[in-house]
Design a protein around this ligand. Sequence first.
Ligand code: NBY
Length: 832
Amino acid sequence: STRSPATAAPSNDPPEQTRTGMSKAALKQAYIDNLFYIQGRFRDVASTYDLYMAAAFTARDRMLERWVESAQVYKTSHARTLCYLSAEYLLGPQLTQNLVNLGIAKVARAAAEELSVDFNAILEEEVEPGLGSGGLGRLAACYLDSLATQRIPAIGYGIRYEFGIFDQVIQDGWQVERSDNWLRNGNPWELPRPKISFAVRYGGHTEQTRDQEGRSRVRWVPEMVIKGVAYDTPILGYGVRNANLLRLWKSEAPESFDFQTFNVGDYYGAVHAKIEAETISKVLYPNDEPEAGKELRLKQQYFFVSCSMQDMIRLHRNTVGPLETIHQKFVVQLNDTHPALAIAELMRLLVDEQAMTWEQAWSITRQTFCYTNHTLLPEALETWSLALFERLLPRHLEIIYAINQEFLDQVRVRFLGDEARIARMSLIDETHGRRIRMAHLAVVGSRAVNGVAALHSKLIKTTIFKDFHELAPERFHTVTNGVTPRRFMVVSNPRLARLITATCGHDRWIGDLEYLRDLETHADDPVLQARWRQVKIAAKRDLACWLDHHTGVPIDPEAMFDIQAKRLHEYKRQHLKVLHIIRLYQRLKQDPSVSMVPRAFIFGGKAAPGYVMAKLMIKLINAVGEVINRDPQVNGYLRVAFMPNFNVKNGQRLYPAADLSEQISLAGKEASGTGNMKFSMNGALTIGTDDGANIEIREAVGAENFFLFGMTAEEVQRKQAEGYRPWALYQGDAELKSDIDLISSGLFSHGDPHLFRPLTDHLIHADPFMVLADYRAYLECQERVTEAYAQPRRWDRMSILNVARMGRFSSDRAIREYAERIWQIEPVVLDS
Ligand code: NBY
């Protein structure tokens, strides 16, 4: 009957195991049980949403088993634990990822299908937690996956934003932001921990007092107190029993908030305080560069950092004990400067609340933290106005002053009388109104500092951190970013994964990506090449179908898929790509008989809501697309589509379908890039500049399998020092001039010559990212791309070799490097 959960089929599992059994029969039974006991539904009336939730809980039960086991083993082991502090985690959809890491992706699908559940439909139902804005947040998510896979005990700490990165819709070619209410249907992956909560204080003033022994102490009398509550998400490793923990903090008002004020009759005041407390974790700031002076953002940073440091101390107390050894048990990795306040907060907790001496607290703190820098753009380095900081965190300002004084005294000893150097290195910038330099705090308070690619690490030592490098060169490291092959190959490109496994004769590559090398000897095999092409065309068909449905742009899957997907930013130079498209368009219009490889240009990416130029670039892409796509004279050769709402889920549709990956930032500006790795791992060839991790990808796959163009970082520096004059380039290159002039003519703006003027004027007169300087080299390089694509066997070989040689760019390798060189943390093996 339909009144109680049906029995699926006789189970082969021992009875005590059925709840978390891994057989198909056990999974079917668990699925039906969860549908019934959690969703309160039986099969016939269950909605797709109910079916998704039942599947999620079925996976979660199995995850919890590993999680509890890991927690028990970690607790008794003497291994160190890594605390990864990040304001962002861009996790993406969880269900398939977790099934893969449980090792039951196939059998779970079969079980669902035997229950007549359309598995693809339930996957579409899943909303992703978009708790990040771009590469930095996604890197944190890849590292969580690899930390567990590499068996490193780790806790990811962050913020449980109620609203993540906005959803992007395109209206009339413009980006429109829609709020992302990702929690509206509930989140099956998290466990609320109401008992794990900490008070977080803001504002007020400090007082000098004495303790019982008569030592002088500081007491902070805050103006506002809120609390942070833990929400835990289990993170599984692949091919291991280890499971780690992502602990995100939600802000709430303290329980007692209303009574005090309510009793004196100020009910609205009490409600207001509650709203203010809840606001702190309400929304992610959608910028991929800091926006100066946002008070709420500083509150957010302090909020999660304070909860995390208090939690770390609590955990240490629960297990090993004496606070003096906390740096032996924990390492804290700062994902950029957003959590750098943790340095001052740990000092405060140790000195003010645990009555430790300043010297001992500083020694412990200095041995605990490590800092990763993710940007070289000087304007993107985070600073806080001193006035705001003092108002919100008066005690932390005192601590930062004290750290600064001690630090600058040391600098003075080394560089006697070099006051310019002192001013440059100070934690306080006195040149733009008084501001706190978070990057300097992060460097001074850490035992290791690293960049995210070889070039980037070299550049931070010679530019933004030059003085610090001269002072303590041994603290500077490099760890090139990586991405997880579980999500970006196995989950998102199952056809390719199957082909690789069949060709290599094993699937060891999933847990150790260097094994992709086994493909190399098959690169010229015509049978493999034919299958390789079939896999690519199938992915292209899927994407074309999705794009047609969501944008109305029909794309021929036989065309070359030329894709640029990343945040919209001038330094990433989406407009350089647009100039290339316009050039091809003009060539075809002038000579319709010109031979051309059909190309589909596909863009994806969000613009920061306040970044006017980036939003205008989106409009330009769509405007050019509109003209080209409806012009029958060219649209057999050229198509332009803008994928709306590029996020993890949609990214997973793009990477498998790309023939050509666009990585065309101005050399020296892209710290690493990680999309470049995702594309290449899926068999796309890269056209790219000498920038970030492109350089290392090219080295790995072979220069002959990579399309390099443009200036080097050194040439960029030299040109800028000489005085860069884009106007002369514009005047001196007739095609370049005519491409830019076509934009200014109004052809793409229904006759309005003004719409794109801010963009074209900026290119001609300022061009800070030197689009015009690389234009010619880019066009020429694209000719080489066309030539290679016209020789399918050559292209296939290059594509296979790209995949075969991408092993180094697994986040597993990156995490092993961090663990060995920076953290000195040993893996903890769980048996059974
Ligand atoms: O980090 C990116 C870099 O641009 C990219 O080259 C690198 O591969 C990636 C991982 O290392 N940076 C990035 O994504 N940054 C942000 O998303 C970001 C977000 C917020 C703020 C600053 C940067 N903020 O200050 O609010």
